[in-house]
Design a protein around this ligand. Structure first.
Ligand SMILES: *Cc1c(COP(=O)(O)O)cnc(C)c1O
Length: 547
């Protein structure tokens, strides 16, 4: 005979945290988490992967069905742990893959605590002091980037793309007021560089602006927007009677860590507002999801260099700070703690310099009759989301408290110095070239060449000379093969896992340039792992030569 519903409910009660203090049960809860951590630990090896990477069987996965009977908590845990098998360990010194950080322990706890009690950031009524955490983080980051914390407002959202969505939405209401209600009757544009994130297009599509109305400004070889072309393009757009919903400055491009000159962009914008006597000011957004963290160097004395960075590193950090210190010129800023702030996904903040701007995208209160009865903090009046979890702000707060400016400076400085070291070696070798040597982040983009290529001149030739199209394509293939060879070695625990980008940027004649990419994000990275990258490059070259 099967159990009655009530017996089942009684058993299931053991699977919830107890509502009234029960120390024995707390120990069980803690033990359940420990068990998961133990099982994950057993998946670790010398490789930067948990367990093994196997071919994923999505057809079998599609055959999954919910069972009649419930499963024990322990068995569920084991099943969940299995699902992490094959994941990269981003914090492994042999992982230099992408701008994905290993989360710190406090930031993991920051994500865990709200997942136990489910505060909802729709309003202070349902999130209490977790709402304060969001405001505290806003205060800390506002002052860090140099904007007035009494004027600003920050809201956590579903990723860097979400921060862009908010920026353009606010910008739309500035250039076409009332469009939230009436829909778009004009055809405004978004202006960004050719190295801006594809999220700009996503947002244009989702907001009904249309991807074709994203105006792309070319970049310099340093992957920075060409400000003179920006100016002439904007002038032409305004002459044509187009409205500018948003100017997106990319402060840390995804592949190469290029940094737009936002100060200049703002000057040009202000001048055009005057010149054309515009009745609105085009919204200027800084997509600083990667670069924001370098704000900790705004008040670092590079001359005294108290933290003892190497000379080359000081130069690199100062080279970034020279652009990042102008973040405060933006009307809004996109910040990903889950990129250069060492938190779990998702922890992204849309930081608006003037909180009044958010009122522009506020909903009609009559639409939300059951919410916002008391208190003063009700982000749900203008957030896209209704329910918003507390994990984002809590894990961000955890790391801001844990690291402080000095901790973040040291971590970033270390990553940059490791990446610098790699670049130095690659520049010194006759078979490799560094593509983004003028960008000063933790990422190195490079190409490897077969014997007999003059790597002193090849970079420029491939970039500019269409007569070398076939050669460029052959070298693209060569770099793909090098990547495959390095990858298969690294998954065996030899060498380092790096990544590859199919289009670092285009040549002047429109061909994509393939690049290998080392993105150093692990605090455990050290010189020996930089050497390991070089070793695996030379081995990959030998292997391809032998084939
Ligand atoms: C990663 C990235 C995004 C998208 O952010 P997510 O947090 O991954 O959604 C947007 N812009 C830039 C420049 C990025 O590098």
């Amino acid at each position: 005979m099967s159990a009655t519903y009530y017996e089942i409910v009684r058993q299931l009660r053991q699977c919830f945290p107890q509502p009234i203090s029960d120390r024995v049960h707390d120990a069980y809860f803690g033990h359940a988490i420990m068990q998961a951590i133990d099982q994950l630990d057993a998946l670790k090896s010398v490789t930067p992967v948990l367990g093994q990477q196997v071919t994923l069987d999505f057809n079998a996965a599609r055959e999954s069905r919910i069972a009649e009977q419930s499963m024990s908590l322990e068995d569920v845990t084991s099943r969940l742990v299995q699902h992490l098998s094959g994941c990269f360990i981003w914090g492994h010194p042999r992982a230099q893959i992408n701008v994905i950080p290993p989360p710190t322990i406090p930031s993991i706890i920051g994500g865990l605590l709200p997942s136990i009690y489910n505060p909802n950031l729709v309003s202070e009524e349902s999130s209490r002091q977790v709402a304060l955490a969001e405001v505290e983080v806003t205060g800390m980051v506002s002052s860090l980037v140099g904007i007035d914390p009494r004027e600003s407002q920050g809201i956590f959202t579903f990723g860097g793309t979400g921060t862009l969505l908010y920026a353009v939405k606010v910008g739309l209401e500035k250039c076409c007021p009332g469009s939230a209600r009436s829909g778009l009757r004009e055809s405004p544009v978004i202006v960004c560089s050719d190295r801006a994130h594809y999220g700009c297009r996503t947002v244009a599509s989702w907001l009904g602006i249309g991807e074709d109305n994203v105006e792309i400004v070319p970049t310099s070889p340093e992957n920075e927007i060409r400000t003179c072309l920006f100016e002439s393009m904007c002038r032409q757009l305004l002459r044509d009677g187009r409205k500018i919903a948003c100017i997106v400055a990319t402060m840390g491009t995804t592949d190469a860590f290029g940094l737009d000159d936002i100060h200049k962009l703002r000057e040009i914008r202000d001048q055009l507002v005057e010149e054309f006597d515009l009745d609105y000011v085009p919204h200027l957004h800084a997509d600083a999801v990667i670069g924001w963290a370098w704000s900790v160097f705004n008040d670092y004395d590079f001359t005294a260099n108290a933290l003892g960075f190497k000379h080359r590193t000081v130069r690199a950090l100062a080279g970034t700070q020279r652009r990042i210190r102008h973040l405060s010129d933006a009307d809004s800023i996109g910040i990903d703690f889950h990129k250069t702030g060492f938190t779990p996904y998702v922890s992204s903040m849309f930081l608006c310099k003037a909180s009044d701007d958010l009122a522009r995208i506020s909903r009609d209160p009559a639409a939300m009759p059951y919410l916002f009865k008391s208190g003063q903090y009700h982000p749900g009046k203008y957030t896209l989301e209704t329910s918003r979890g507390g994990g984002g702000p809590m894990s961000a707060l955890a790391n801001l408290l844990l690291l402080g400016k000095e901790g973040l400076r040291s971590l970033l400085g270390h990553l940059v110095s490791m990446s610098d070291l790699l670049a130095e070696h690659l520049e010194g070798h006759s078979a490799t070239t560094v593509l983004n040597s003028e960008n000063f982040g933790p990422v190195t983009l490079f190409r490897v060449y077969p014997d007999g290529v003059d790597t002193f001149s090849i970079k420029q030739i491939e970039q500019q000379n269409p007569a070398h199209r076939d050669q460029l394509r052959a070298h693209n293939d060569y770099n793909r093969r090098i990547f495959q060879a390095i990858q298969s070695e690294a998954l065996q625990g030899r060498g380092v896992v790096i990544s590859q980008t199919d289009c670092y940027r285009e040549t002047d004649y429109g061909e994509p340039i393939v690049a290998l990419k080392s993105y150093i994000m692990s605090p455990f990275s050290d010189e020996q792992y930089v050497d390991a990258v070089l070793q695996s490059i030379w081995q990959a070259r030998e292997r391809i030569k032998a084939e």
